[in-house]
Design a protein around this ligand. Structure first.
Ligand code: ADP
Ligand code: MG
Length: 626
């Protein structure tokens, strides 16, 4: 009578459909996911019990039990963790779609060979049970609730699930899978043990299974009533490096990150000194789907003396290293530490600084390696994570130099992978500044008229086309004593790179067309701060620049797009006195039109938008008709 039938949330239905119809490879991961949930539930109990020891009730130490019944064709994963109330079971196992649900469906649909490995990555691991089961029964009681406040949840994995209140003496959760007809292979102790060994060895709780014995009379294996641990049950990071194989490091990474690919690099250290802690940190090889969400908390789990305290402890890593995954286990922090406390703790600050250095060290080792394969790894890392790492210059002053060395750019010489160090090594005799240009796209940067003189003289310019590059330029002013100079700001001062002849020519040209410049200024008085002759142009008649110290037009446009106020400063129109169009200006009857057109075209060339496109068209047409 108290049985209720409820419908799965729409996106959960989609997942179930995919899971039951198209996941064929790595089916065995269902066990990893369910054990991982059991272990999370025990971690949660341990954590809540710090403030409320009564939650332990009088039950034995935390553990996970895995059992099977070959006749009934069931596998059960049992834990004595936090458990679920009826409301929690309804919400967590059916009606609340996790934030990653839609991404999971999209990622899976995009895959040719649909791989079950993906499932945990998106926080929907529970449903992996339906890969091998045609029905699942969950029985649970939340720690602290009364025995008659248990819940039974069951579903066949189609559109809906049932819940009913039950009496349940033990706290915690049992998940029972009824295996599909063709999934017998999972119904042996040997098979289950080998899957646990492969995926769950490092789980720090004991995972128990019943001992099996050969019964000669019955001529088969029989289960005894004796439970033994089938995993090592020692948290991986507490073990000595020498006892851990690369495969174990990788498997641990996959478990905590839900990434199906091996990590790019990892570092495992015990740090002693003012603050004592163990760190095991990984750099993933591919960007996660939510890398761009700066609000997403970091990927590092905090433990205190082996007790799990919290996931995603953002205070342990700077935001720009939010892609780092791993575990930090502190010997000094109090067990009841809260997120607020973490923000202020000096121990945490020391841990964050130490861990940041380790991560940068890992990246440097790849970037500077003698081994081309390692350097290629860094290049791949940079492609996925470079833009995030660039946020670091503004965020982490102490490591600005180290970060700058890790940055890679495109340039007028090479399409990718140019470091500041490479650039400085190639600077021309007499060159002092590092020249850069920022634009919306690489193509736009490359064809900027402002680059013409640099190309002609063979001077390299770094091409910055990432959205964060303007931010980078507003925080990084120099590298190794060389100022970063935007080629769209201020007058071109090529200093010693320009010979006396060229300088003289420019001065003479300016003097000769002084009256013309004055007329143009009048025409453009609403639009340009100044009109002047430049030496930076070779083939183009004109370009726009901003005054040194003004915000670049590219940045102003980006801020506007983002809905922010950008200080409106007028640009300067620079003209190429030798260009035929400029020469024509002197004699044309359409002086105003041509002057506006030169301005408009310069604006278009740098990716800007015309305020009055119709006026531009009208002017061009009137000139076409002359
Ligand atoms: P995730 O583990 O990433 O949160 P899952 O799909 O694996 O996603 O699990 C969904 C939710 O169901 C969990 O967050 C948890 O709240 C609940 N849950 C699953 N298994 C258990 C369990 N054994 N004990 C308590 N709660 C559980
Ligand atoms: Mg899970």
């Amino acid at each position: 009578m108290n049985k209720q039938t409820l419908s799965f949330q729409a996106e959960v239905k989609q997942i179930l459909h995919l899971v039951t119809h198209s996941l064929y490879s790595n089916k065995e991961i269902f066990l990893r996911e369910l054990i991982s949930n059991a272990s999370d539930a025990c971690d949660k109990l341990r954590f809540e019990a710090l403030n409320n020891p009564a939650l332990y009730e009088d039950a034995p130490p935390l553990e996970v039990r895995v059992s099977f019944d070959a006749t009934a064709r069931t596998i059960t994963i049992h834990d004595n963790g936090i458990g679920m109330s009826m409301e929690e079971a309804i919400a967590n196992l059916g009606t609340i779609a996790k934030s990653g649900t839609r991404e999971f469906v999209a990622a899976l649909e995009a895959q040719q060979k649909k791989d079950a490995q993906l499932i945990g990555q998106f926080g929907v691991g529970f449903y992996s049970g339906f890969i091998v089961a045609d029905s699942i029964i969950v029985e649970s009681r939340r720690a602290g609730l009364k025995a008659d406040e248990g819940v039974r949840w069951s579903s066949k994995g189609d559109g809906d699930f049932e819940v009913e209140a039950i009496e349940r003496i033990q706290r915690g959760t049992s998940v029972t899978l009824h295996l599909r007809a063709d999934e017998e292979e999972f119904l042996t102790g040997w098979k289950l043990k080998s899957i646990i060994g492969k995926y769950s060895d490092h789980i720090s709780l004991p995972i128990l299974m019943q001992k099996e014995e050969w019964d000669a009379k019955a001529n088969k294996q029989v289960l005894r009533d004796e439970w033994v641990a089938v995993n090592k049950a020692a948290a991986l990071w507490t073990r000595s490096k020498n006892d851990i194989t690369p495969e174990q490091y990788q498997e641990f990474y996959k478990q905590i990150s839900y990434d199906s690919e091996a990590p790019l690099a990892y570092t495992h250290n015990r740090v002693e000194g003012r603050s004592e802690y163990t760190q095991l940190l990984y750099v993933p090889s591919k960007a996660p789907f939510d890398l761009w969400n700066r609000d997403k908390r970091g990927g590092v789990k905090l433990y205190v003396k082996r007790v799990f305290i919290m996931d995603d402890a953002e205070a342990l890593m700077p935001v720009y290293l939010r892609f780092v995954k791993g575990v930090i286990d502190s010997a000094d922090l109090p067990l009841n530490v809260s997120r607020e406390l973490l923000q202020e703790s000096r121990d945490v600050k020391a841990i964050r600084e130490g861990s940041t250095k380790r991560v940068l060290g890992m990246l440097e080792a790849l970037a500077d390696s003698e081994d081309p394969a390692e350097r290629a790894k860094y290049a791949a890392f940079w492609k996925d994570f470079g833009a995030v790492l660039k946020e670091g210059v503004g965020e982490d002053h102490a490591n600005r130099e180290r970060l700058a060395k890790l940055y890679r750019f495109a340039s007028t010489h090479t399409d990718e992978g140019v470091s500041f160090t490479d650039y400085v090594g190639r600077m021309k005799q007499g060159q002092d500044a590092i020249y850069v240009i920022a634009a919306n796209s690489l193509a736009a940067a490359k064809s900027s008229p402002q680059l013409e003189i640099f190309k002609k003289k063979g001077i390299e310019v770094l091409l910055l086309a990432d959205r964060v590059d303007e931010w980078l330029l507003s925080h990084l002013y120099e590298f190794d004593g060389h100022p970063l100079q935007s080629v769209v700001k201020g007058a071109v001062d090529l200093g010693k790179l320009q010979d006396e002849d060229e300088k003289k020519q420019a001065e003479e040209a300016t003097a000769a067309i002084k009256p013309l410049l004055e007329r143009m200024k009048v025409t453009l008085k609403e639009r340009a701060k100044d009109v002047r002759v430049t030496t930076r142009l070779v083939d183009s008649p004109a370009c726009l620049v901003v005054e040194e110290g003004d915000m670049s037009s590219h940045l102003a446009r980006m801020l506007k797009q983002a809905g922010q106020d950008a200080p409106q400063s007028q640009p300067i129109l620079e003209i190429n006195a030798a260009h035929p169009l400029i020469k024509r200006l002197d004699s044309t009857e359409h002086f105003d039109d041509l002057t506006h057109i030169l301005f408009d075209q310069a604006l278009l060339a740098e990716g800007g938008q015309l305020d009055d496109p119709a006026a531009y068209v009208r002017r061009v047409n009137s000139l076409l008709l002359t």
